[in-house]
Ligand binder design. Structure first.
Ligand code: ZN
Ligand code: ZN
Length: 364
């Protein structure tokens, strides 16, 4: 259950307005995270019918009648084991019914068509309309993201202070300890499978922690986050154990400069491709372009990866309220790699930095 009461009615009204502009009479929302975003419902079966000219209808099955009453008190409830079919039947007769074409399977679409057979209703794919709304966070969401980032910051600070990041320990042990600490600090779960990569493994962008032991003089790359009230944080820090060699200081300083350039480029109206370029150009100019092998960042929210994508392949511009990561990396195969990642919120002023752990090279 969510602690804070978010403005779900306001979000449904934004979807209603967008649907009206597209000439739709109703939208059937089946993606569970989108249903959660629009209603607050956290169960495993739920769907929502948003009507442009009438009252909305929330559907679930009998297991969730009580939970729906608590979490979705402001939408009329329909309880039926065939939730989506029942909601669709309720919509039969409207002219144009939007559905989430990225979420409904081919079989699911046939089922919708069968329910609507004989009615004049036309099905219209709305693609990622709700995800588009979700890209811009409201104050309650930013607050949840802030708390998620604080948990991750604190977990790392505590582990570092306790000497848990020391030679002889395995990546797996460090990862499990980081996860456990985030949970004890209030996370519902880690945001994703925590990445702990040391030595040559740090050159693998998404290395899975294994029994490799931390060694003196190695990089230690940690990419992790906490989920709080359904919202994810995402942070990467790379540190060095024992003492840092010159090549490690050089690579680190390069990624640090690139990351700062990426953060500086986060402005309302900025093209996502330009933000990626601002950060990437620093690495390319140093001759390491081929060692930065992924996009610069991504949106974060109810999902760890959501709109907007910030990469050379992306499209669109930033808007105030978008929560995004900036995470350049330089990976030298066989040697080691550095990534530095923050989660930030775009504002009309400076972006708000949510992951507050220092980005100076930490030698533990
Ligand atoms: Zn990350
Ligand atoms: Zn990330």
């Amino acid at each position: 259950m969510t602690a804070a009461r978010m403005d779900h009615a306001g979000r449904r009204d934004r979807l209603r307005a967008a649907a009206g502009e597209q000439g739709l009479d109703a939208v059937l929302v089946t993606n569970l995270l989108n249903v959660r975003y629009l209603t607050g419902f956290t169960g495993s079966n739920g769907a929502l019918l948003v009507r442009t000219g009438g009252a909305d209808l929330f559907g679930t099955d009998g297991r969730y009648t009580t939970q729906a009453g608590t979490q979705v008190p402001d939408v009329e409830l329909l309880v039926d084991r065939g939730t989506v079919g029942a909601l669709t039947a309720a919509a039969a007769g409207v002219g144009r019914l939007g559905f989430e074409s990225h979420d409904v399977t081919v079989d699911g679409l046939r089922a919708l068509e069968r329910v609507l057979e004989g009615s004049a209703t036309e099905l219209v794919g709305v693609r990622r309309a709700v995800e588009g709304l979700r890209a811009v966070k409201d104050d309650d969401e930013v607050d949840a993201l802030r708390r998620a980032c604080t948990v991750a910051d604190q977990a790392l600070a505590e582990l570092a202070a306790e000497g848990a990041l020391r030679p002889g320990r395995t990546e797996l042990a460090v990862g499990r300890e980081l996860d456990a600490r985030m949970l004890s600090l209030g996370a519902e779960s880690p945001s994703f499978e925590t990445i702990v990569a040391t030595g040559a493994n740090s050159a693998i962008p998404h290395h899975r922690p294994d029994t490799t032991e931390l060694r003196d003089g190695d990089f230690l790359k940690l990419d992790f986050g906490a989920t709080v009230d359904g919202y994810h944080s995402d942070m990467t820090r790379t540190l060095v154990l024992g003492h840092a060699a010159d090549w490690q200081r050089e690579v680190y300083a390069l990624v640090q400069a690139s990351q700062a350039a990426g953060r500086d480029a986060l402005a309302v109206g900025a093209e996502v491709t330009a933000i990626d370029a601002a950060s990437r150009d620093v690495i390319v100019a140093a001759g390491h372009g081929e060692h930065f092998t992924h996009g610069l960042g991504h949106g974060v929210g109810l999902e760890i990866h959501e709109a907007p994508g910030i990469s050379a392949l992306g499209a669109g511009r930033l808007a105030a309220g978008m929560a995004v990561t900036v995470e350049p990396g330089v990976y030298l195969p066989g040697h080691g790699g550095v990534r530095i990642e923050d989660t930030l919120v775009v504002t009309t002023d400076e972006p708000e930095l949510l992951t507050l752990t220092s980005k100076e090279l930490l030698v533990l």
